[in-house]
Design a protein around this ligand. Structure first.
Ligand SMILES: [Zn+2]
Length: 582
């Protein structure tokens, strides 16, 4: 028995199919017997043109079986959420590579693995030394240095809580009162940075914050912090340290501190397999295979920070399996008009790090790439809405012809933008036409509950057939023309205004480096370019993503100000007018 679908209140037998044929005013029952199609029935449906495509039902069954196996493994606890640079990522990589080599798809330029390094945050180095009343503090739950401390500069003195004198160490309370110590919304790090910055200006040689109340949400070292570094050492004494060193201590507190921090580097690994047909141009098919691990990077939407594994079945074991299967299907097909480069990106969840790295470092010749298809979250096709978002439609005039909105199997929504919340953006910025397939957000998105048992396997098989058809149709077309597009409307944080830039999330050297600007948006109109580093927006100094987002939040549509950028080592001030973020 076929599964049923609900169409306008009727439950109908439903077959995923693949060659398009417009049929109006009919309900279609389609049976397929090897090579022969029999169309049965038609009745009563006052629907818009309905299109039907054909595929082998038996083949889909095999696909579903394979998908269950592959997504089941990639999204299993054994891989611990495939966080970039971890053992789980490596296991996933091994699995993907094995699949390609077993199926005779060779490595790209002799290597399946393309590692890239990135700054994963700041690390407290063992040379850090903080002594209170002559005792060296070793427990970070008593005292820990703050990430915006000066590096390797020693300060010492006899401090008295609340006594703020020039040329001495200042001991200041972090919480103004007991209520603040209980407030979940109190941004202690921001307050600490502001106060310490001010203290440095007023001649403090170091700042030691202390918690005399006992915070409900205990501050901890934020390795991802991007507050600008100050020129004095700064540390936080938690309640435990306060009770031990200060509470029952008479007189001043002898403080000696030196903070040594290091930028921590990690290595992620992109994977590349290559079907070389000796063609002039290459098609890139891509999907990221990394996910959130246990949520260590702060990108989880899980309310409890309890370290659960985020299996990432839909995001993006689904796209990973789709890419593996499409790759093998293409290799075994008659599609030889293009070469096919199969790219599995890592670091996507940290800001498209892998796709940016492979585009830049491996010097993929963008003029030789015909187009790129990205699959990110393709496993949750909704059986009643059949909603499918296809992004990048505006990046080539050909896409409107290839992606027919009147498809029976999917209710397709176009997103014209070449820039979106996934790796196709990195290719769009190289002037490569892109398509992005996405079955939509859901309540398990970026939560530990994004599990394999929630995947719509038949739906994904159907989508894979559809993508394969698009690739097949493109074989008959010359290298598609590229067109620039507007900013995406899918996903991501919303602000009232936009600059129209794509920030480089991997850049950590002060300011916000941009990878590109969107046509007809304020940044482009102001004359900003990819590679510029934003250092000031109006009166707001920009030291990193955090200060950038805060600054952006202060502007409204129509506001005019100056944006300061660094370009080739020179500072430029450009007039900018904000437009609404729509
Ligand atoms: Zn994601």
């Amino acid at each position: 028995m076929p599964r049923t679908v609900e169409v306008r209140g009727f439950l109908l037998p439903y077959f995923p199919v693949n060659r398009t044929k417009p049929i109006t005013n009919g309900i279609i029952l389609l049976l397929q017997i090897t090579g022969m199609r029999i169309f049965l029935a038609s009745a009563l449906l006052m629907a818009a043109p309905l299109m039907i495509t054909n595929t082998s039902f038996a083949k889909d069954k095999k696909t579903v079986k394979q998908l269950k196996k592959q997504i089941g493994y990639l999204a299993s606890d054994e891989l611990e959420g495939r966080r970039t640079g971890t053992a789980g990522e490596k296991k996933a990589a091994e699995y993907i590579i094995n699949y390609y080599s077993q199926n005779g798809i060779p490595a790209y330029k002799g290597n399946y693995r393309y590692p890239f390094t990135f700054i994963s945050g700041k690390e407290i180095m063992p040379l850090t030394s903080i002594s209170i009343n002559g005792k060296k503090v070793t427990d970070l739950e008593e005292v820990f240095p703050l990430p915006f401390s000066v590096n390797s500069k020693r300060a010492n003195g006899d401090a008295l809580p609340g006594v703020l004198e020039h040329g001495n160490i200042w001991m200041m309370p972090i919480f103004a009162d007991a209520d603040e110590a209980k407030d979940a919304h109190f941004d202690w790090e921001k307050v600490a940075h502001e106060k310490a910055k001010d203290a440095a200006k007023q001649g403090a040689t170091a700042v030691l914050f202390y918690d005399s109340y006992g915070a409900k949400y205990t501050p901890e070292f934020n390795k991802k912090s991007d507050y600008e570094a100050l020129d004095i050492p700064v540390a936080m004494m938690l309640h435990k340290g306060y009770q031990k060193y200060v509470e029952n201590h008479e007189g001043s507190v002898a403080v000696d501190m030196m903070v040594v921090l290091k930028k921590a580097e990690m290595t992620g690994t992109n994977l590349a397999a290559y079907i070389d047909n000796g063609a002039k141009y290459t098609v890139v098919l891509g999907a990221h295979y990394d996910h959130l691990g246990h949520g260590e990077d702060g990108n989880s939407l899980h309310a409890k920070k309890d370290g659960q594994i985020h299996n990432g079945a839909d995001d993006n074991a689904s796209g990973t399996a789709a890419l593996m299967q499409l790759g093998v299907k293409i290799k075994n097909s008659k599609l030889k008009h293009y070469n096919y480069l199969l790219l599995h990106f890592s670091g996507e969840e940290l800001g498209l790090l892998g796709s940016k790295a492979i585009v830049k470092e491996e010097k993929l010749d963008s003029t030789k790439i015909a187009y790129m298809i990205n699959m990110d979250m393709v496993g949750r096709l909704n059986d009643s809405t059949h909603a499918l978002t296809v992004g990048g439609i505006g990046t080539s005039p050909i896409w409107g012809k290839m992606i027919d909105k009147n498809n029976p199997a999917f209710k397709i929504t176009y997103d014209s933008a070449g820039v979106g919340p996934s790796d196709h953006s990195s290719f769009y910025y190289q002037n490569i036409p892109v398509l992005f397939f996405f079955t939509g957000l859901h309540t398990d998105y970026h939560k530990p509950s994004d599990d394999a048992d929630k995947i719509n396997y038949k739906g994904q098989a159907m989508l894979q057939n559809y993508i394969y058809d698009v690739v097949g149709k493109m074989e008959k077309e010359p290298k598609p023309a590229f067109t620039a597009t507007k900013q995406s409307t899918v996903g991501k944080v919303r602000f009232k205004v936009t600059l129209g830039v794509m920030p480089d999330y991997s850049y950590q050297d002060g300011g916000v480096r941009i990878d590109g600007v969107t046509d007809n948006k304020p940044a482009q109109k102001a004359g900003m370019k990819g590679g510029d580093i934003i250092i000031q927006l109006g009166d707001n100094k920009i030291t990193g993503m955090q200060t950038y987002m805060e600054a952006l939040g202060k502007f409204a549509e129509g506001d005019k100000t100056q944006v300061k950028v660094m370009r080739d080592g020179k500072e430029l001030s450009l007039p900018i007018e904000f437009t609404s973020n729509k």
